[in-house]
Design a protein around this ligand. Structure first.
Ligand SMILES: Nc1ncnc2c1ncn2[C@@H]1O[C@H](COP(=O)(O)OP(=O)(O)O)[C@@H](O)[C@H]1O
Ligand SMILES: [Mg+2]
Length: 392
């Protein structure tokens, strides 16, 4: 057979292929649009869906907006306002940086983006698969409104893989809930057709928001927050023995970014190892903050995975904090049983013993071990039975 000729693909084909990595389903579009709104400093975001998001997705924010003359750039592949030199990637604080979400979405759906910056002209851009981008003047309050219609209408192979409206909607709700937990100060609503599915006022902490979203289903929560060596571990744990709903899965965040991570899941499981659990898996809302140089966020086009520079260090720190938190709670629970329930915020039961106070000794031990051998510090033995600290 004659050798086939090698050719460079046309841009439109490249865009469609690349879109496959970023846009899998309506929830992926919602993710990219909401992350853009968050990066734009939005304090309020309203998401409207129709037909599970396949027919229409609209995201409205009150963020910094885009000047009219930059609208075409916003849709250009690899065009971003968030990064200009490769070196900056290491310290990236925004959720986006690849400059490909809008280009990818416009390759597989019709997009209309109206935006108004604080100073300068507002505009509206329209573009769709195989259609050129048009920009017109347009006025609206400060912020951006993006509407994505008929997802995958021209990509039958993709459309075939979409599930029922209900399932796609469920993915979008889960996704928004995950984003919302990391930004408790954000006001967020979600409507599907005429139904309001989420209506979140600003909350003071992620745990407070978790209670607002999941209600009583997770039972009382054990909150924790510890900082060691520039690494902060915080969040909330369901009490061991709680009869959790089957769908309860730990929620993991690294530097504010929702991630899947086996190392962190393993650390959570390990911290619960000696406990008798009624549920198959423990539930933990876990936020890990660490110096940006310690973690690579550019592993996955949808940025759903990260890579730690020193995995052993991260694993033992997380396991130690959780183990100490649980040990602390165990001792309190044995000693004085359960504290009288005080009405918490929103009239719910106060989270049981607020941990995170007398962990110091165990963490000091861990820190000493980490300092001796930074890359592979063993979890502190003291965490099993921390020396009695001062009772708060
Ligand atoms: N809601 C928004 N508010 C303000 N600017 C936005 C918004 N959405 C997109 N942009 C601008 O468009 C650019 C391209 O967006 P995107 O394709 O998602 O890439 P990235 O987020 O990786 O930069 C962003 O860098 C930003 O400047
Ligand atoms: Mg983006």
């Amino acid at each position: 057979m004659a050798a086939p000729r090698i050719q460079v693909l046309p841009d439109a084909v490249i865009d469609r292929i690349a879109a496959g990595e970023v846009v899998e389903r309506p929830a992926s579009v919602v993710k990219e649009l909401v992350e853009n709104a968050l990066d734009a400093g939005a304090r309020r975001i309203d998401v409207h869906l129709e037909g599970g998001g396949v027919r229409r997705i609209r995201v409205v924010d009150d963020g910094c907006g885009i000047p009219r003359e930059e609208l075409p750039l916003a849709f250009a592949r690899h065009a971003t306002s968030k990064l200009s030199r490769f070196e900056e990637l290491e310290g990236i604080a925004t959720l986006g940086f690849r400059g490909e979400a809008l280009a990818s979405i416009a390759a597989v759906a019709r997009v209309r983006l109206a935006s108004q910056p604080e100073a300068g002209e507002g505009g509206i851009a329209e573009v769709g698969p195989g259609e050129p981008l048009t920009v017109r003047p347009h006025g609206r309050p400060r912020g951006t409104e993006v509407e994505v219609a008929d997802l995958f209408a021209r990509v039958p192979a993709r459309r075939k893989f979409l599930k029922s409206e209900r399932t796609e909607l469920h993915h979008a709700v889960e996704l928004l809930t995950r984003l919302a937990l990391a930004r408790p100060e954000l006001r967020l609503t979600l409507t599907h057709g005429r139904r309001r599915l989420l209506d979140l006022p600003p909350h003071a902490t992620p745990a407070e928001r978790l209670r607002a979203v999941k209600g009583e289903r997770l039972g009382p929560l054990l909150e924790f927050r510890e900082g060691v060596d520039g690494l902060v571990v915080s969040g909330a744990l369901a009490l061991p023995g709680t009869d959790l709903p089957r769908s309860a899965r730990s929620l993991l965040y690294v530097n504010g970014r929702a991630v899947r991570d086996r190392l962190l899941s393993h650390a959570i499981a390990q911290a619960h190892e000696t406990l008798v659990m009624r549920h198959r898996e423990p539930f933990c809302l876990l936020f890990l903050e660490l110096p940006p140089g310690e973690v690579d966020v550019n592993v996955h086009p949808a940025k759903a995975e990260v890579r730690f520079r020193r995995p052993g260090w991260v694993h033992s720190a997380v396991a130690a904090v959780l183990r100490t938190c649980l040990a602390e709670w165990g001792r309190e629970a044995e000693g004085e049983a359960v504290r009288p329930a005080a009405p918490g915020p929103a009239g719910r039961r106060e989270a049981l013993p607020r941990a995170a106070r007398s962990y110091r000794p165990a963490l000091e031990a861990w820190r000493a071990a980490a300092a001796a051998e930074p890359a592979a510090a063993a979890p502190p033995a003291a965490a099993e039975a921390p020396p009695p600290g001062p009772r708060p």
